[in-house]
Design a protein around this ligand. Structure first.
Ligand SMILES: [Zn+2]
Length: 282
């Protein structure tokens, strides 16, 4: 049985309770994925994380974690790299507590390096993260480098694939809006999405994907701002993605990163159901 899951990036808009009970709420509104945001640092205690895990199991909601934004594994400053490594070690360790199946992170910036040099620096950092996790006895983790939205950031689709190919316990996060924004609006139709899936299958042998979606505004430097799905001036187009997902038989988790995260995740799910004929009423 393959699955297609939808959920918000972070706390649902109208949810006022604790993160550790967010999954029950997410299930109650008809969604089945949750990306916990450790955007400004991993602050959750082990106890709360374990409660979150229990609640997610009870409500059958797929949990992932977004690691802190202040991560730059390819920085030209050694102290920045060192702090980034520590943040990701903490994030992966807390992910294990909460049963998050992915720890999503932005690999870094090119800074003064060529793309190849930045890649080497990033890989060296991931090696150190894995050594540290191993020495702490953290086994159940999956680091998930995300395709990034700015042209100054390490994280093209090819670069994310190369990082994933180089390590165990590392799988891609494809942010379709970021791919679109860093390539001057390259996603226009079904084939543009199909090619992304085909590439992941050919180069990484995947049939399971963790992904992000939002409407996005961009400039010639790449990503500028996330918008809601209602704002029709912005791409990438949602329907062709839902068509591809409805037909390609992948296991896919779609995390909605618009300002209306859970409400727009329901819009995405509605369009998916309309196309696939699948009733995801939970
Ligand atoms: Zn994203």
């Amino acid at each position: 049985m393959t699955y297609v899951k939808f959920g918000p990036a972070g706390r649902p808009v109208d949810y006022k309770g604790n993160a550790n009970m967010a999954c029950s709420y997410i299930r109650s509104i008809g969604l089945d994925a949750y990306e916990y945001q450790a955007t400004y640092g991993v602050k959750i205690s082990e106890k709360s994380a374990l409660e979150l895990k229990e609640d997610s199991k009870k409500s059958d909601v797929m949990v992932s974690m977004h690691a802190p934004y202040y991560v730059n594994l390819s920085s030209n400053k050694d102290d920045v790299v060192e702090r980034s490594i520590q943040r990701l070690v903490q994030a992966a360790s807390a992910s294990e507590w909460m049963g998050a199946y992915r720890t999503v992170f932005h690999p870094g910036f090119y800074t003064t390096y060529t793309h190849e040099e930045a890649m080497e620096r990033c890989k060296k950092s991931i090696t150190l993260i894995q050594e540290e996790l191993e020495s702490q006895g953290v086994k159940d983790y999956n680091l998930a480098p995300e395709t990034t939205g700015k042209k100054s950031q390490l994280g093209s689709l090819d670069e994310v694939i190369e990082i994933c190919r180089s390590f165990d316990h590392v799988e891609p996060t494809v942010d379709f809006a970021h791919v679109h924004a860093r390539n001057n609006g390259c996603i226009k139709e079904r084939d543009d999405y199909s090619r992304i899936f085909q590439k992941l299958e050919d180069e990484l042998g995947l049939k399971t994907l963790h992904s992000h979606f939002t409407s996005i505004e961009y400039t010639d430097k790449g990503e500028r701002k996330h918008h809601t799905l209602m704002e029709e001036d912005y791409g990438p187009p949602l329907e062709p993605l839902m068509e591809v997902v409805a037909e390609n038989g992948w296991n896919i988790t779609l995390i909605c990163e618009t300002p209306l995260r859970d409400r727009d995740a329901l819009v995405m799910k509605g369009i998916y159901e309309g196309i696939s004929g699948e009733d995801k009423t939970l």
